[in-house]
Design a binder for this molecule. Structure first.
Ligand code: ADP
Length: 640
C-alpha cells in the first residue's frame, strides 16, 4: 500500500522540464537509429497543417467576389489559382504521407533493434539477470499495448508541429476578424468594435481550450492509471497468443491439455474483452472525458459563429470572410486542444519512457583490463582460483565458497558433484562471465580482470549445457563465421562423431540447420546438435576446452565414442570436464568434487575412491549400484 503511495508521489513529482528533457533525449536517440524520420514528419505536418487554410483563404476570396462585384476577370484567375494550389498541395501532402507511412512501418523494427543491440552489449551478469528480462518484456508490452515508450514519439512530434503550424496559420487568417471594424452604418452593432469583445472572445477561447485540453489529458491519463493493473493481463495476453505458435510447446500442449489449464487465467484476465478493464475504462471515464472535450469545443464554435455573423451582418466584411474566420478560429481552438492533448500524452508517457531508459541505461560495470594474453604457441596458460567466493546478484546464498584450485597446463580436470553444487557457476567464473565477490582468479599470476576481456574469453572453448546453434548453414555454425576453412570444419565434425550424419546431409556443410529461414533446412536431434556444438568448440581451437555435461543428449554408444576419443581430441589443451556420470571422469588426471558450493575433495579417481566416507566414494557407490541393479546394454557401455 505504502509502496503504491510512494510510486504515485514519485510520478507526481515529474515536472514538465523533466518531461521535455527526456523526450528530447528520446528524439536524439530515434534520430540516431532512424535518421530521416523527423524531417519527413515535419514536412508532412507542415503540408497537412497549411493545406486547409490555403483553401479556406481562396474560397473566402471567391465567395466575397461572388457576393459583391462578380468580376469575371478577378474570378477566373482566383478559381484557376485555387485549383492549381489545391492540386499541388494535395500532391505534396500525399507524397509526404506515403513517405511517412513507409518510414513509420519500419520504425518498430528499428526500436526492436535498439533493444536487441543493448542486450548484445550488456555484461553477461546483466543479460543473465531475470530483472533485466522483466524490464525488457515490460517495455515491449507497453509498446504493444498502446505504443507507449519510444514508439509514438515521431507521431506526437508530427502532431505538435501540425498543431503549431495550424495555430500560426489560423492566427494569420483570423487577425482581420478583430481588426476590420463595423462601419457606422452598422447601427448598434458598432459596439462589436470595442476592444473588450476581442478580449472576451480570446479569453473564452483560452478558457474553453484549456477545459477541453484538460478533459483530453484526463482521458489519456487513464492509460497510466490502469497501466499497473493491466500488466498481468497484458503479459498473459502476450503469452497466450504466442504459446500455440511455439514449436517446442506443441507436444506438451496436446499431451497435457495445457490450453485448458491456462484457459481460466485467460478468461479472468482478458483485459481486452468487451467487459474487460480496457473496455470498462473506455466506456466509463475515458469516454466521458473525451466526449466532454468535444462538447466544450462545439460551444466555442457556436460563439465564434455568432460574433462573426453579427460583424458580417453589420457590414465589417463580406460573407465569404465568414467562412474564413469561422474556419480559422475553430481550427485555432482545435489545434490548441491538440497541443494540450499531445502534451498530456507526453506527460503520461514519462513513466513508460523512464522504464525504457532504465533498461537502455544499464551500465557496463565489469572492469575491462588492457593486458593482452599474447598468443602462446606452447599454450602455457596457467589458471589459479585463490579463495574465490561468489553469490549470484540479488541472492543471499553463496553459490561458490572459498574455492582454491590450480589448473595444470595440458591436464584433464573433471568437475563432479550433485545438482546445484556449483559446477556450472565455477565454469562461468573461469570464463569471466561473472567476477568473483571475494578472492581472485589468476592467469599466469595476474588477476584475469587486468586482461582485455575479449582476449581472455578467447582462451576458452566451452560447450554449455544450454548451448544454442543458429539457423544458419552447418559449416558457418561450427566456424562461427561465413568464410571458413572447410577441411578444418570437417575434421572438427568428425572428431565430434558427426561424420556419418554429415555424409548423409544433401548439401554437406552448406546444409541449413533448422527451418526458421528456409524450408530446405534440416532439423537435427538433441544428440546431433550436441555433437555440432562440440565440433564448434574444437574448431575454435582455444587453449582451454570445457565441456559442461556435454553428452547428456547423446545415446550411450555415441557417448562412449566421445569419451574414448576425448584425450586425443583435447590434444595439448587444458580440458575441464563436468559430468554427472562418474564413470566418464575416470580418465581425468584430477577430479574436483563439489558439494554445496565448496570443493570437498580433490584427487585422482583411485585416490578419491579409497577415501572411506568421502563424497566421491558415496556418489560412485550410488551410481555403481544403479548400474548393477539395471544392467542393460547401454549401461554397460557407460561403464567402459
Ligand atoms: P550445478 O552446475 O552443480 O548443477 P550451478 O552452478 O548451476 O550448479 O548452481 C549453483 C547454485 O547457484 C544453485 O543453488 C543454483 O540454484 C544457483 N544458481 C545458478 N544459476 C543462478 C542464477 N542465474 N541466479 C541465481 N542463482 C543461480
Amino acid at each position: 500500500m505504502s509502496n503504491k503511495k510512494n510510486e504515485s508521489q514519485r510520478k507526481d513529482r515529474i515536472t514538465w522540464g523533466q518531461t521535455l528533457r527526456l523526450h528530447l533525449r528520446a528524439v536524439k536517440d530515434i534520430r540516431r537509429i532512424c535518421p530521416h524520420i523527423f524531417t519527413i514528419y515535419a514536412l508532412s505536418a507542415l503540408a497537412k497543417a497549411v493545406t486547409p487554410y490555403v483553401i479556406i483563404w481562396f474560397s473566402a476570396r471567391i465567395i466575397n467576389e461572388l457576393a459583391s462585384a462578380r468580376r469575371t476577370d478577378v474570378l477566373w484567375p482566383l478559381v484557376a489559382w485555387t485549383v492549381a494550389v489545391s492540386a499541388l498541395l494535395g500532391l505534396v501532402t500525399s507524397f509526404l504521407s506515403e513517405r511517412q507511412k513507409a518510414i513509420r512501418s519500419n520504425f518498430w523494427q528499428h526500436v526492436r533493434k535498439l533493444y536487441s543491440e543493448k542486450m548484445f552489449s550488456l555484461d553477461f551478469a546483466d543479460a543473465d539477470r531475470q530483472a533485466t528480462h522483466d524490464l525488457l518484456s515490460q517495455i515491449i508490452q507497453n509498446a504493444n499495448w498502446a505504443g507507449w515508450g519510444l514508439c509514438l514519439i515521431p507521431d506526437w512530434f508530427g502532431e505538435i508541429l501540425e498543431a503549431v503550424f495550424g495555430i500560426v496559420s489560423a492566427l494569420a487568417l483570423s487577425v482581420s476578424l478583430f481588426t476590420l471594424p463595423v462601419p457606422a452604418s452598422g447601427g448598434w452593432l458598432v459596439i462589436l468594435n470595442h476592444p473588450l469583445f476581442v478580449f472576451l472572445l480570446l479569453a473564452l477561447m483560452l478558457l474553453i481550450t484549456a477545459i477541453s485540453g484538460q478533459c483530453i489529458s484526463k482521458a489519456v491519463s487513464y492509460y497510466e492509471k490502469i497501466g499497473e493493473s493491466i500488466k498481468l493481463g497484458n503479459r498473459l495476453f502476450g503469452f497466450l497468443t504466442t504459446m500455440g505458435m511455439e514449436q517446442n510447446r506443441a507436444a506438451d500442449i496436446r499431451m497435457y491439455g495445457q490450453r485448458q489449464v491456462i484457459g481460466s487465467y485467460w478468461d479472468e484476465n482478458d483485459i481486452f474483452s468487451s467487459s474487460g478493464l480496457m473496455a470498462r475504462a473506455t466506456k466509463g471515464p475515458m469516454g466521458l472525458y473525451s466526449g466532454l472535450s468535444a462538447g466544450v469545443s462545439a460551444v466555442f464554435t457556436g460563439f465564434v459563429y455568432v460574433f462573426t455573423c453579427l460583424k458580417a451582418w453589420a457590414g465589417a466584411f463580406g460573407v465569404g470572410s465568414v467562412t474564413q474566420y469561422v474556419g480559422a478560429v475553430t481550427a485555432l481552438s482545435s489545434n490548441v486542444t491538440k497541443l494540450f492533448k499531445t502534451a498530456g500524452n507526453l506527460r503520461t508517457n514519462m513513466t513508460f519512457l523512464q522504464t525504457n531508459y532504465k533498461f537502455l541505461d544499464i551500465p557496463n560495470s565489469m572492469y575491462q583490463g588492457s593486458l593482452t594474453t599474447e598468443k602462446r604457441a606452447d599454450r602455457n596458460y596457467e589458471v589459479e582460483f585463490q579463495d574465490v567466493s561468489f553469490r549470484y546478484p540479488g541472492t543471499q546464498n553463496w553459490a561458490l565458497r572459498h574455492i582454491s584450485v590450480k589448473f595444470q597446463v595440458g591436464s584433464r580436470l573433471a568437475v563432479v558433484g550433485e545438482n546445484g553444487s556449483g559446477k556450472t557457476t565455477f565454469i562461468k567464473l573461469l570464463c569471466r562471465l561473472y567476477d568473483p565477490d571475494e578472492g581472485h582468479i589468476l592467469l599466469n599470476g595476474i588477476d584475469i580482470r587486468k586482461y582485455s576481456y575479449r582476449d581472455y574469453i578467447d582462451l576458452f572453448s566451452v560447450v554449455f549445457q544450454d548451448f544454442q546453434l543458429l539457423s544458419q548453414p552447418l559449416g558457418a555454425n561450427v566456424a562461427g563465421r561465413e568464410d571458413y576453412d572447410r577441411e578444418r570444419v570437417r575434421t572438427a565434425l568428425s572428431d565430434a562423431g558427426f561424420d556419418d550424419r554429415l555424409a548423409a546431409l544433401p548439401k554437406g556443410l552448406d546444409t541449413l540447420l533448422y527451418r526458421d529461414f528456409g524450408d530446405d533446412g534440416v532439423n537435427v536431434s538433441g544428440g546431433e546438435a550436441q555433437k555440432i556444438a562440440i565440433a564448434r568448440a574444437l574448431y575454435k581451437d582455444a587453449p582451454f576446452i570445457i565441456l559442461d555435461e556435454p553428452t547428456a543428449a547423446l545415446d550411450p554408444i555415441a557417448e562412449a565414442e566421445i569419451y574414448a576419443q576425448f584425450n586425443q581430441i583435447a590434444g595439448d589443451k587444458t580440458a575441464v570436464y563436468i559430468s554427472h556420470r562418474l564413470s566418464s571422469c575416470r580418465f581425468c588426471d584430477e577430479i574436483l568434487v563439489f558439494d554445496h558450493g565448496a570443493i570437498v575433495e580433490q584427487g585422482s579417481h583411485d585416490t578419491l575412491l579409497s577415501h572411506e566416507g568421502g563424497k566421491y566414494r558415496e556418489l560412485w557407490n550410488a551410481q555403481a549400484q544403479y548400474y548393477e541393479d539395471k544392467e542393460t546394454g547401454s549401461q554397460k557401455c557407460l561403464q567402459q
